[in-house]
Design a protein around this ligand. Sequence first.
Ligand code: ATP
Length: 239
Amino acid sequence: MIETKAVSKSYGRHRAVDELTFRVRAGQVCALLGPNGAGKTSTMRMLVGLTTPDTGTVRIAQSPVALGAEVLRRVGVVIDGPAFVPHLSGATNLRLLWSATGSAWPPPALDDALELAGLGPMLDRKVKAYSMGMKQRLILAAAVMRRPDVLILDEPANGLDPAEVRALRRHLAARAADGATVLVSSHQLAEVQQLASHLVVMNHGRLVTSGRLDDLLGAHESLEDAYLAMTGGTDDAAV
Ligand SMILES: Nc1ncnc2c1ncn2[C@@H]1O[C@H](COP(=O)(O)OP(=O)(O)OP(=O)(O)O)[C@@H](O)[C@H]1O
Protein backbone atom coordinates (compact mmCIF):
# COMPACT_ATOMS: atom_id res chain seq x y z
CA MET A 1 0.00 0.00 0.00
CA ILE A 2 1.08 3.56 -0.76
CA GLU A 3 -0.08 6.25 1.63
CA THR A 4 0.47 9.99 1.93
CA LYS A 5 -0.92 12.00 4.84
CA ALA A 6 -1.12 15.79 4.63
CA VAL A 7 2.11 15.94 2.62
CA SER A 8 3.39 19.36 1.59
CA LYS A 9 6.44 20.47 -0.36
CA SER A 10 7.48 23.98 -1.32
CA TYR A 11 10.21 25.15 -3.66
CA GLY A 12 11.11 28.61 -2.42
CA ARG A 13 7.77 30.36 -1.96
CA HIS A 14 5.95 28.09 -4.38
CA ARG A 15 3.93 25.31 -2.76
CA ALA A 16 4.20 22.43 -5.24
CA VAL A 17 2.30 19.92 -3.06
CA ASP A 18 -0.21 21.12 -0.53
CA GLU A 19 -1.56 18.91 2.28
CA LEU A 20 -1.99 15.96 -0.05
CA THR A 21 -3.60 12.84 1.38
CA PHE A 22 -4.36 9.69 -0.59
CA ARG A 23 -4.01 5.92 -0.51
CA VAL A 24 -3.39 3.25 -3.13
CA ARG A 25 -4.09 -0.30 -2.01
CA ALA A 26 -2.58 -3.57 -3.16
CA GLY A 27 -4.26 -4.82 -6.33
CA GLN A 28 -5.12 -1.33 -7.56
CA VAL A 29 -3.77 0.41 -10.65
CA CYS A 30 -4.13 4.04 -9.68
CA ALA A 31 -3.57 6.90 -12.13
CA LEU A 32 -2.21 10.16 -10.73
CA LEU A 33 -3.70 12.90 -12.90
CA GLY A 34 -3.44 16.67 -13.04
CA PRO A 35 -2.49 19.55 -15.33
CA ASN A 36 1.13 20.49 -16.03
CA GLY A 37 2.70 21.71 -12.80
CA ALA A 38 -0.03 20.17 -10.60
CA GLY A 39 2.59 18.44 -8.44
CA LYS A 40 2.50 14.85 -9.70
CA THR A 41 6.25 14.38 -10.15
CA SER A 42 6.97 16.19 -6.87
CA THR A 43 4.58 13.77 -5.15
CA MET A 44 6.18 10.73 -6.76
CA ARG A 45 9.67 11.93 -5.84
CA MET A 46 8.56 12.11 -2.20
CA LEU A 47 7.04 8.62 -2.45
CA VAL A 48 10.43 7.15 -3.35
CA GLY A 49 12.61 9.25 -1.04
CA LEU A 50 14.17 11.44 -3.75
CA THR A 51 12.63 14.54 -2.14
CA THR A 52 11.86 15.05 1.54
CA PRO A 53 8.43 16.44 2.39
CA ASP A 54 8.37 19.69 4.39
CA THR A 55 5.48 18.32 6.44
CA GLY A 56 3.27 15.24 6.44
CA THR A 57 4.10 11.55 6.11
CA VAL A 58 4.70 9.14 3.27
CA ARG A 59 4.49 5.39 3.81
CA ILE A 60 4.86 2.34 1.65
CA ALA A 61 3.69 -0.97 3.11
CA GLN A 62 3.29 0.85 6.44
CA SER A 63 6.99 1.84 6.50
CA PRO A 64 8.07 5.49 6.46
CA VAL A 65 9.91 6.37 3.25
CA ALA A 66 13.34 7.98 3.20
CA LEU A 67 16.24 7.71 0.78
CA GLY A 68 17.86 4.29 1.30
CA ALA A 69 14.92 2.92 3.31
CA GLU A 70 14.71 -0.89 3.21
CA VAL A 71 11.12 -0.76 1.93
CA LEU A 72 12.30 0.90 -1.31
CA ARG A 73 13.89 -2.41 -2.35
CA ARG A 74 10.32 -3.54 -3.01
CA VAL A 75 9.53 -0.57 -5.24
CA GLY A 76 10.00 -0.32 -9.01
CA VAL A 77 10.46 3.30 -10.03
CA VAL A 78 10.30 5.26 -13.26
CA ILE A 79 11.03 8.92 -12.51
CA ASP A 80 13.27 10.72 -14.99
CA GLY A 81 14.76 7.29 -15.77
CA PRO A 82 18.11 5.90 -14.64
CA ALA A 83 21.23 7.41 -16.17
CA PHE A 84 22.32 4.77 -18.66
CA VAL A 85 25.94 4.59 -19.80
CA PRO A 86 25.58 5.45 -23.51
CA HIS A 87 28.56 3.50 -24.82
CA LEU A 88 27.48 0.27 -23.12
CA SER A 89 24.76 -2.07 -24.41
CA GLY A 90 21.26 -2.17 -22.96
CA ALA A 91 21.99 -5.60 -21.48
CA THR A 92 25.19 -4.36 -19.79
CA ASN A 93 23.38 -1.32 -18.46
CA LEU A 94 20.77 -3.57 -16.83
CA ARG A 95 23.56 -5.62 -15.24
CA LEU A 96 25.22 -2.45 -13.94
CA LEU A 97 21.99 -1.19 -12.40
CA TRP A 98 21.32 -4.57 -10.85
CA SER A 99 24.84 -4.78 -9.37
CA ALA A 100 23.98 -1.71 -7.26
CA THR A 101 21.45 -3.86 -5.36
CA GLY A 102 24.23 -6.19 -4.17
CA SER A 103 22.21 -9.25 -5.24
CA ALA A 104 23.42 -11.96 -7.59
CA TRP A 105 22.57 -11.79 -11.28
CA PRO A 106 19.99 -12.44 -12.69
CA PRO A 107 17.19 -10.42 -11.13
CA PRO A 108 14.09 -12.49 -10.29
CA ALA A 109 11.88 -11.08 -13.05
CA LEU A 110 14.50 -10.59 -15.77
CA ASP A 111 12.61 -12.66 -18.35
CA ASP A 112 9.37 -10.73 -17.76
CA ALA A 113 11.27 -7.45 -17.91
CA LEU A 114 12.94 -8.33 -21.21
CA GLU A 115 9.66 -9.53 -22.66
CA LEU A 116 8.02 -6.26 -21.67
CA ALA A 117 10.89 -4.25 -23.16
CA GLY A 118 10.70 -6.27 -26.38
CA LEU A 119 14.09 -4.97 -27.48
CA GLY A 120 15.24 -8.23 -29.09
CA PRO A 121 18.70 -7.92 -30.67
CA MET A 122 18.79 -4.19 -29.84
CA LEU A 123 19.52 -5.23 -26.26
CA ASP A 124 23.09 -5.92 -27.33
CA ARG A 125 23.50 -2.58 -29.10
CA LYS A 126 24.96 0.48 -27.41
CA VAL A 127 22.34 2.61 -25.68
CA LYS A 128 23.52 5.69 -27.59
CA ALA A 129 22.03 4.04 -30.72
CA TYR A 130 18.58 3.74 -29.08
CA SER A 131 15.58 5.78 -30.13
CA MET A 132 13.62 7.60 -27.40
CA GLY A 133 11.07 4.78 -27.28
CA MET A 134 13.79 2.14 -27.00
CA LYS A 135 15.36 4.00 -24.06
CA GLN A 136 11.94 4.14 -22.41
CA ARG A 137 11.57 0.37 -22.90
CA LEU A 138 14.94 -0.15 -21.19
CA ILE A 139 13.86 2.16 -18.35
CA LEU A 140 10.75 -0.01 -17.88
CA ALA A 141 12.82 -3.21 -17.92
CA ALA A 142 15.10 -1.74 -15.24
CA ALA A 143 12.07 -0.86 -13.10
CA VAL A 144 10.36 -4.24 -13.26
CA MET A 145 13.28 -6.70 -13.34
CA ARG A 146 13.38 -6.96 -9.54
CA ARG A 147 9.68 -7.99 -9.53
CA PRO A 148 8.65 -5.12 -7.27
CA ASP A 149 5.40 -5.35 -5.38
CA VAL A 150 4.96 -1.58 -5.59
CA LEU A 151 5.35 0.30 -8.88
CA ILE A 152 5.64 4.10 -9.02
CA LEU A 153 5.81 5.20 -12.63
CA ASP A 154 5.95 8.81 -13.81
CA GLU A 155 4.61 9.00 -17.37
CA PRO A 156 5.91 5.51 -18.23
CA ALA A 157 4.27 5.40 -21.67
CA ASN A 158 6.14 8.48 -22.95
CA GLY A 159 7.56 7.77 -26.38
CA LEU A 160 6.20 4.21 -26.57
CA ASP A 161 4.49 2.95 -29.71
CA PRO A 162 0.93 1.57 -29.52
CA ALA A 163 2.03 -2.08 -29.30
CA GLU A 164 4.34 -1.31 -26.42
CA VAL A 165 1.69 0.80 -24.66
CA ARG A 166 -0.58 -2.22 -24.81
CA ALA A 167 2.18 -4.53 -23.53
CA LEU A 168 2.77 -2.15 -20.62
CA ARG A 169 -0.95 -2.00 -19.82
CA ARG A 170 -1.17 -5.79 -19.79
CA HIS A 171 1.96 -6.09 -17.68
CA LEU A 172 0.66 -3.65 -15.06
CA ALA A 173 -2.78 -5.29 -14.99
CA ALA A 174 -1.16 -8.70 -14.44
CA ARG A 175 1.09 -7.36 -11.67
CA ALA A 176 -1.89 -5.73 -9.94
CA ALA A 177 -3.86 -8.98 -10.26
CA ASP A 178 -0.93 -10.65 -8.46
CA GLY A 179 -1.36 -8.14 -5.61
CA ALA A 180 1.08 -5.40 -6.61
CA THR A 181 0.30 -1.75 -5.88
CA VAL A 182 0.62 0.42 -8.98
CA LEU A 183 0.68 4.23 -9.21
CA VAL A 184 1.09 5.75 -12.68
CA SER A 185 1.05 9.39 -13.73
CA SER A 186 -0.13 10.17 -17.22
CA HIS A 187 -1.71 12.78 -19.46
CA GLN A 188 -2.95 10.14 -21.92
CA LEU A 189 -6.51 9.92 -20.67
CA ALA A 190 -7.83 7.43 -23.23
CA GLU A 191 -5.05 5.08 -22.17
CA VAL A 192 -5.67 5.76 -18.48
CA GLN A 193 -9.33 4.89 -18.96
CA GLN A 194 -8.30 1.42 -20.15
CA LEU A 195 -5.53 0.99 -17.58
CA ALA A 196 -6.62 2.37 -14.24
CA SER A 197 -8.95 0.97 -11.60
CA HIS A 198 -8.62 4.10 -9.44
CA LEU A 199 -7.73 7.79 -9.84
CA VAL A 200 -6.09 10.47 -7.76
CA VAL A 201 -6.62 13.89 -9.36
CA MET A 202 -4.59 16.90 -8.26
CA ASN A 203 -4.42 20.56 -9.24
CA HIS A 204 -2.27 23.37 -7.83
CA GLY A 205 -0.64 20.83 -5.49
CA ARG A 206 -3.92 19.89 -3.86
CA LEU A 207 -6.15 16.86 -4.04
CA VAL A 208 -9.15 17.47 -6.30
CA THR A 209 -10.69 14.02 -5.89
CA SER A 210 -9.82 10.35 -5.57
CA GLY A 211 -11.69 7.10 -5.90
CA ARG A 212 -12.70 4.33 -8.26
CA LEU A 213 -12.46 5.19 -11.95
CA ASP A 214 -16.03 4.03 -12.59
CA ASP A 215 -17.39 6.23 -9.79
CA LEU A 216 -15.43 9.28 -10.94
CA LEU A 217 -16.49 8.81 -14.55
CA GLY A 218 -20.08 9.13 -13.40
CA ALA A 219 -22.33 10.13 -16.26
CA HIS A 220 -19.44 11.39 -18.41
CA GLU A 221 -18.82 9.59 -21.67
CA SER A 222 -15.06 9.66 -21.42
CA LEU A 223 -12.40 10.21 -18.82
CA GLU A 224 -11.35 13.27 -20.80
CA ASP A 225 -14.79 14.84 -20.20
CA ALA A 226 -14.79 13.86 -16.53
CA TYR A 227 -11.21 15.10 -16.02
CA LEU A 228 -11.83 18.48 -17.66
CA ALA A 229 -14.91 18.92 -15.51
CA MET A 230 -12.95 17.99 -12.36
CA THR A 231 -10.03 20.29 -13.08
CA GLY A 232 -12.05 23.27 -14.23
CA GLY A 233 -11.71 22.61 -17.93
CA THR A 234 -8.37 24.28 -18.45
CA ASP A 235 -4.81 23.14 -17.93
CA ASP A 236 -4.06 26.33 -16.08
CA ALA A 237 -1.86 25.22 -13.18
CA ALA A 238 1.37 26.15 -14.91
CA VAL A 239 0.27 29.61 -15.97
N1 ATP B 1 13.24 21.34 -8.15
C1 ATP B 1 12.32 22.30 -8.30
N2 ATP B 1 12.61 23.59 -8.05
C2 ATP B 1 11.69 24.57 -8.16
N3 ATP B 1 10.41 24.34 -8.53
C3 ATP B 1 10.06 23.09 -8.81
C4 ATP B 1 10.98 22.00 -8.71
N4 ATP B 1 10.33 20.86 -9.04
C5 ATP B 1 9.06 21.22 -9.33
N5 ATP B 1 8.90 22.55 -9.19
C6 ATP B 1 7.64 23.30 -9.39
O1 ATP B 1 6.64 22.62 -8.65
C7 ATP B 1 5.41 22.58 -9.37
C8 ATP B 1 4.97 21.14 -9.55
O2 ATP B 1 5.86 20.51 -10.45
P1 ATP B 1 5.73 18.96 -10.82
O3 ATP B 1 6.88 18.62 -11.71
O4 ATP B 1 5.57 18.18 -9.58
O5 ATP B 1 4.36 18.96 -11.63
P2 ATP B 1 3.72 17.82 -12.54
O6 ATP B 1 2.30 17.68 -12.11
O7 ATP B 1 4.55 16.59 -12.51
O8 ATP B 1 3.77 18.50 -13.98
P3 ATP B 1 3.87 17.87 -15.47
O9 ATP B 1 2.52 17.32 -15.80
O10 ATP B 1 4.19 19.09 -16.30
O11 ATP B 1 4.97 16.87 -15.47
C9 ATP B 1 5.66 23.34 -10.68
O12 ATP B 1 5.23 24.66 -10.51
C10 ATP B 1 7.16 23.27 -10.84
O13 ATP B 1 7.64 24.39 -11.55
